[in-house]
Design a protein around this ligand. Structure first.
Ligand SMILES: [Zn+2]
Length: 359
């Protein structure tokens, strides 16, 4: 427990009391560089697309070639992001978690500036994303070094900015950790995961994990974080839309973890071009039905709804649904599905508030 943070939410502009948070998107990206995903094609005609603007005639290709066009996997234009977030404020949004961790363009100064410009509370992340985004130096850091870095980000500030991280994550797991770990050689994700979980235990900070979707990996990851003394009630498993077997989610929530539906608005099946059952993304109506089922079974206090904005196609400027999609489109739809105002507030206000508040 850190006394000056305990009972507070830590934003890039300082601490706030939990009740100030209002409607909160628990997992977004405001300034992010997804170069780690970029594929460079050999074909001449596709190569010319790399530096392309996102033009209306390209929209139909964006899902299939999502990691080809640089501007599609990078959110980095201040005025553009200011407009997008302003729209979220106009919809009634109050708080955003900028879950951009180190290695994918985390930008504390720009985030603080956009928080001032929009009036939004913004909570910024620490720790590292998936291995393909790791900076070279991370391979030479020990688990203790990573732990020290995360604790410093939270208690002192990021680099020399004085801007503090208020969250650990998103912590990326690239693959099925238990299958990748050679008994003699720990995979780097495990070092980062253990350091992150220990930092959670020490600081009482909230934490978001971007796991591999493989069930065995989820089990292994939950075992590791509990082994490190972390508090499951402060930990969110992201990207759980993909788990259409709801028992997988129930196993996590029974242990006290929170589960996150965060691909709202993404209904294009080409984005995950796979026939593998494990990689089938439901649409919004299917997601709403899954959330309803989990509520009926008693799991409302462990549910998170957010949008994980990361791609150009999600921005309103490019014809996407924008950061306000849940507020503008889904709250009315959920009411049609029989959700009460209290249930909606529970998911969009009460749960994020509880998780974001330092122990
Ligand atoms: Zn993620």
């Amino acid at each position: 427990m850190i006394e000056e943070l305990s009972g507070k939410i830590s934003t890039v502009l300082g601490t706030i009391t939990p009740t100030e948070a209002g409607i909160t998107l628990m997992h977004e990206h405001v300034f992010v560089d997804g170069s780690c995903f970029q594929s460079i094609p050999n074909e001449a005609s596709l190569k010319t697309l790399i530096q392309s603007e996102i033009k209306p005639e390209l929209i139909k290709h964006l899902a299939k070639h999502w990691n080809l066009i640089s501007r599609h996997i990078k959110l980095n234009d201040f005025n553009l992001m200011h407009n997008e977030l302003k729209n979220f404020v106009l919809s009634g949004g109050k708080t955003i978690v900028e879950a951009t961790s180190i290695g994918i363009g985390r930008d504390p100064v720009a985030v603080a500036k956009i928080s001032r410009a929009t009036g939004l509370n913004i909570v910024l992340g620490s720790s590292y994303y998936i291995p393909s985004s790791y900076p070279e130096y991370l391979y030479n850091m020990s688990e203790d070094d990573v732990y020290d870095q995360i604790v410093k980000d939270i208690t002192v500030g990021i680099n020399d900015t004085g801007i503090k991280a208020g969250l650990i994550g998103e912590v990326g797991i690239g693959g099925p950790i238990s299958q990748m770990v050679n008994p003699n050689q720990k995979m780097p994700e495990e070092k980062v995961l253990r350091a992150s979980a220990r930092a959670q235990a020490y600081t009482g900070a909230p934490m978001i994990i971007h796991p591999s979707p493989i069930k065995e990996s989820l089990r292994k990851v939950s075992e590791i974080v509990i082994d490190c003394g972390a508090d499951p009630s402060k930990i969110v498993f992201a990207h759980m839309d993909i788990q259409t077997d709801l028992d997988v989610l129930k196993t996590l929530t029974k242990q006290g973890f929170n589960v996150e539906y965060d691909a709202w608005g993404i209904e294009d099946t080409e984005l995950i071009d796979s026939s593998d059952d494990l990689l089938q993304l439901p649409n919004d109506n299917q997601r709403i039905k899954h959330v309803r089922k989990l509520i009926n079974d008693g799991y409302i206090n462990n549910l998170i709804m957010t949008q994980d904005m990361f791609l150009g196609l999600q921005l309103q400027k490019n014809g996407g649904k924008g950061y306000g999609h849940i507020i503008d489109n889904l709250i009315p739809r959920m009411k049609n599905f029989g959700f009460t105002k209290k249930e909606i507030n529970n998911i969009l206000i009460v749960n994020p508030q509880r998780i974001l508040t330092f122990k």
